[in-house]
Design a protein around this ligand. Structure first.
Ligand code: GYE
Length: 321
């Protein structure tokens, strides 16, 4: 019997034994997953990181975790290092949509499957990743728009909106803007009078809202923030300007993190559209399925809801992030 055949037989025997006695000395080698996280820019992101780490632990998957501090170059470096370390699977949440093709090709050439979590890339070659799991950001933007249109239905006159966009070039910023516009453009009373990025952070959200207030003052009827953190930062700016957030300015945001529920209970935020960061368990399941040779759907969409201020106190105790 040649060596290759003998090795194959031994491996098959080890697998059978490992299946019969999980945890026995023959136990299979741990799956190694390289995960490149965007950063720690928001409450959402922190919850996402915790979910991924906890789920890897529960699944017995060895996680190599890299934080890119919101920089694409760091993500590319991390992915290259995962390729060099020959991890079994790479997963990452791309900070922006474009510019990842080269490194994705390198992973493909090294035969390491890539799973996109949370954010998408805008490549035409979808053979560069196995699946994309995460929310439908367009739909989130639409939900925010529909809520606002309904809220304002009895109001006369113009509805002047200021918009705090997420990270420039990121999938959630692009799609949340688009989905919202799609809905509000049906009514000419709705106007986005200022729109600028707050990079998904509280500090930037506050800073940009201060500038909006300086420029437009009491003209502002509505703030649409692409995430709760920026809305929370903006709430501070609005209060410091002597106005009442949630009353003088209606505030619509996205994520539904605990901080948003606290703001809603305090009457300062009117509504938040849910975007779940708890992607860890389904990511680990996908990694295991892949390693077991199963094929995955190209798109796995997270199911989500919307929470207006009126239900905040009742929902708060049930929130997991
Ligand atoms: O909404 C925001 C975070 O990509 C969906 O990133 C995510 C977004 C989330 O920083 O809070």
């Amino acid at each position: 019997m040649n060596i290759r055949r003998r090795t194959a037989l031994a491996a098959a025997a080890a697998l059978t034994l490992a299946a019969a006695w999980p945890g026995a000395a023959f136990a299979q080698k741990k799956i190694v997953l390289g995960f490149s996280q965007i950063g720690a820019e928001s409450e959402w992101r922190t919850a996402n990181t915790e979910s991924v780490k906890a789920a890897a632990k529960d699944a017995g998957i060895e996680l190599k975790f890299a934080d890119a501090q919101q920089k694409q170059e760091n993500q590319i470096k991390a992915i290259r290092s995962f390729i060099a370390q020959k991890v079994d699977v790479i997963a990452f949440s791309p900070v922006v949509e474009s510019g990842f093709e080269t490194v994705l090709r390198e992973a493909k050439a090294a035969k390491i499957p890539v799973i996109l979590t949370d954010r998408a890339v805008n490549t035409k070659d979808d053979s560069l990743y196995v699946t994309f799991m995460g929310s439908d950001f367009l739909e989130e933007g639409r939900k925010a728009g529909h809520w606002l249109v309904d809220k304002m239905k009895d109001q006369k006159g113009e509805v002047n909106i200021v918009e705090l966009q997420g990270t420039v070039g990121s999938a959630p910023a692009i799609d949340r803007k688009k989905g919202f516009e799609e809905v509000i453009k049906a009514d000419p009373r709705f106007k986005v009078i200022r729109s600028q990025t707050g990079d998904f952070t509280r500090a930037k959200g506050k800073e940009v809202m201060e500038a909006f207030l300086k420029a437009e003052g009491k003209k502002i009827n509505v703030l649409y923030a692409h995430n709760d953190d920026m809305a929370i930062g903006a709430i501070q700016a609005i209060e410091e300007a002597g106005l009442k957030p949630g009353k003088d300015i209606i505030i619509v945001s996205i994520d539904a993190v605990k901080g948003a529920f606290e703001a809603m209970i305090a009457g300062k935020l009117n509504v938040t559209v849910e975007c779940s960061p708890l992607l860890g368990p389904q990511l680990m399941q996908a990694v295991k399925d892949l390693m077991a040779g199963k094929s995955l759907p190209k798109r796995i969409v997270t199911e989500e809801s919307i929470f207006p201020m009126e239900v905040a106190a009742k929902e708060f105790p049930k929130r997991k992030y």
